[in-house]
Design a protein around this ligand. Sequence first.
Ligand SMILES: C[S@@+](CC[C@H](N)C(=O)[O-])C[C@H]1O[C@@H](n2cnc3c(N)ncnc32)[C@H](O)[C@@H]1O
Length: 268
Amino acid sequence: MNIDLRSPLHDRAAIEVPSAVCQLARPFNGTVCSNMGDEYPIENNIIDLIQEPEDLSIAQSTNHWKVTASVYEDLWRKRSTSILTGEDFPIEKEQELLSEWVSPRKGGCYLDVGCSTALYARTLKKKEPGATLMALDFSVQMLEEARFKAEADQTDIYFLRADARNMPFFSKTFDGIVMGGTLNELTDELKVLFECRRIIKDDGVFFMMHLIKSGTWYGRLLQDSAEWSGIKFWTTEESNELFNRAGFRVGEQFEKGIVCFSKLVPEN
Ligand SMILES: C[S@@+](CC[C@H](N)C(=O)[O-])C[C@H]1O[C@@H](n2cnc3c(N)ncnc32)[C@H](O)[C@@H]1O
């Protein structure tokens, strides 16, 4: 299925992207352009809708290093949930919860925001190969690693280099949006959440995994020292307040250690 993106420069202009771009077994290089004439490169199947991202925090900058991208999933992501929940929490358990709450359907359209290596997008595509998956990040290094892993997994996904503060999608495009750990890293979380509300369908589902404030003094000390790099933490009540302000209500939620999983649904 060809997809239509929204031009980052002209709100009403569409950019048609051929379906061959998500067929990762065949490298795709070229350009796409909107009907207003703005043009964007596609390099090795990755559609680049931005030049250079602006206003990076220190934590965000590290995601633009090749070394971070290459070790991120195997050295950190697969162990992080156990470390941060304080119990044995294999990545498969998180993937099961993701698949259960999002419940991707054939013909549905889903977006992984701040995808890094696109663990969530790959999980959903494997669960429902008939769904369309898009994965967005502003780090080209992360997207290259994600593309590599997705091809190895035989999960065809559209990879987009774009800024989540200005999503290149028309309103009410997605049946589901997923965000794993990205909220804590955003410089403008409310703007991104408002964008998510704009692009999700009214009956869509938003899977959120984020880190909350620690309940222990030593945990807080560690988190306070991480805040200098741009990572933010909220209590569950504070983050729920953020979700509500952006137009989402909490459908389901549970916390383990400092990890909070939420199934958010749009308020109509
Ligand atoms: C904690 S990592 C995400 C991990 C990933 N979702 C997972 O489940 O493994 C945060 C990612 O968000 C990206 N990011 C942060 N701010 C962004 C923005 N404004 N637009 C696009 N990507 C952003 C970073 O480049 C980084 O790859």
